[in-house]
Design a protein around this ligand. Structure first.
Ligand SMILES: [Zn+2]
Length: 310
């Protein structure tokens, strides 16, 4: 091979590599479809919102893997690329550190932080604490699980519609109309919750991780979380004893566990106090079947049974 042909080959290889790189980027981005807004959603409830409000005018990519718990999500290089390429990134600051970091590095003005829509509740709000208790390890922090209050999710939806309308002004009216339709559904859900939980024998809910603060606050329930705000925290034997004591004190007949987290801890407490276990879905991942609305309705039935509501 001559020096010249070797150089030519090197140049051609470099060009191919560059082309390959570009193709990989646009291909994996899920759509360089010029007719649709490329939206990256950080986890399921935000994906649900973006799909409902965006309709066929958006192409939504979710960063959370199906069946995986999204709190401790890690992003691979492809997903960091998706964040960098997206026209709109819908995320919740403070919920997933890896997403916060990617947004900080590559999100720029294309990020929409749903935590900024309404002030978040304090971590302890909606929880059950007695005077003198040490409380949650995250005390002082904010509770990210805002989607479990449907009225809050409706407000986030309205703001998301405005934001999408700025990205694609020709379709602003469509986004607004879909947000209004979703608001009607969420208002109906809220009314069913208020009615369904109005008169119950008990109001304490013993949950795996402290995900139900917004729901508890809105519907006057009292949450006793076994682990803290994050599901992977291992509760101490002392915490387990405290929770068992609480459960007994309030005559809890059901200890709730979650879809994406091992039921072991809930089962331990349930055995200790002679209670049943049941699934109460924090809807952090996509439900196995149905969607946010059907999962919320299933949760309502579970709560009504567990709390003996009339
Ligand atoms: Zn959570």
């Amino acid at each position: 091979m001559t020096v010249r042909s070797a150089r030519a080959l090197a140049a051609a290889t470099a060009a191919l590599l560059t082309l390959g790189g570009l193709a990989a980027c646009s291909g994996d981005g899920g759509g360089s479809d010029p007719d649709r807004v490329d939206v990256v959603a950080a986890f399921y409830p935000l994906q649900f919102l973006a799909e409902k409000i965006g309709g066929d005018a958006v192409a939504v990519t979710s960063l959370a893997k199906p069946g995986a718990e999204p709190h401790d999500l890690e992003l691979n290089p492809r997903q960091v690329g998706q964040v960098a390429d997206a026209e709109l990134i819908v995320y919740l600051a403070g919920f997933q550190p890896a997403v916060d970091e990617a947004v900080e590095q590559n999100g720029g003005k294309r990020a929409f932080d749903v935590a900024g829509v309404q002030p978040l509740l304090d971590a302890a709000a909606g929880g059950h604490q007695h005077d003198g208790e040490a409380g949650h390890e995250e005390s002082g922090g904010k509770d990210p699980h805002l989607w479990l209050d449907p009225t809050r999710l409706a407000t986030v939806g309205d703001r998301l519609a405005e934001r999408l309308g700025r990205v694609d002004p020709d379709r602003a009216a469509d986004f607004t109309a879909r947000a209004t339709a979703l608001r009607a559904e969420l208002t109906g859900l809220d009314a069913d919750y208020a009615r369904g939980l109005a008169t119950c024998q008990r109001r304490e809910i013993v949950t795996s991780h402290t995900a139900f603060g917004y729901l508890a606050e809105h519907y006057r329930l009292d949450q006793v979380g076994i682990t803290g705000l994050s599901p992977d925290a291992e509760p101490s034997p002392q915490r387990l004893a405290e929770v068992a004591e609480e459960a007994r004190e309030h005559g809890a007949t059901t200890i709730f566990f979650e879809t994406l987290v091992s039921p072991k801890v809930a089962e331990t407490v349930a055995r200790e106090v002679g209670a049943r276990t049941a699934v109460l879905d924090p809807i952090e991942g996509r439900p196995a079947d149905g969607d946010y609305l059907s999962a919320m309705r299933a949760n309502l039935q579970t709560l009504r049974t567990a709390l003996d509501c009339s």
